[in-house]
Write a protein of this length. Structure first.
Length: 142
């Protein structure tokens, strides 16, 4: 699943700043719920990270690192905090990778998609009703 950012309308995935008292993966799951209405389980081990320039107001930008956590989506609620502020859409991983701006983020999406896509023999055993997404946690920049 990809969502659009509120300011630049680029295709991204849910992400946010650290939350006091929450582990990074739990903060990522909270962002997935607030930004896209996703309910599910986040894995505790990240699949990787990438860096990008976050655009701020007044034509300022800061370099941030984003840590990606796999998120197994069980459902999407009917109403959520940032609904109407962003567009959301489910894509196959190849298409999702082609829509994001950062090359290292594209690579992580492709690697994640290949690792989670069943082969021909195992596809009959795969629960196609479950969807995977990536939830992000953006550590404080230094």
């Amino acid at each position: 699943m990809l969502i659009t950012s509120r300011d630049t309308r680029r295709w991204v995935i849910p992400k946010g700043w650290p939350m006091k008292g929450l582990k990074p993966q739990d903060a990522a799951a909270t962002e997935a719920a607030e930004e896209a209405g996703l309910i599910g389980e986040v894995e505790g081990r990240p699949i990787g990270s990438y860096r990008y320039l976050k655009q701020l107001k007044a034509n300022r930008a800061i370099a941030v690192q984003v840590i990606l956590f796999p998120f197994r989506v069980r459902a999407q609620v009917d109403s959520w905090k940032e609904q109407g502020q962003r567009e959301f859409r489910w894509f196959r991983y190849q298409r999702a990778a082609s829509l994001v701006a950062e090359p290292s983020f594209r690579r992580l999406i492709r690697e994640f998609g290949r690792a989670r896509t069943p082969g021909i023999l195992s596809s009959a055993l795969f629960d196609h009703s479950l969807r995977w997404s990536l939830a992000l946690f953006r550590p404080e920049s230094k």
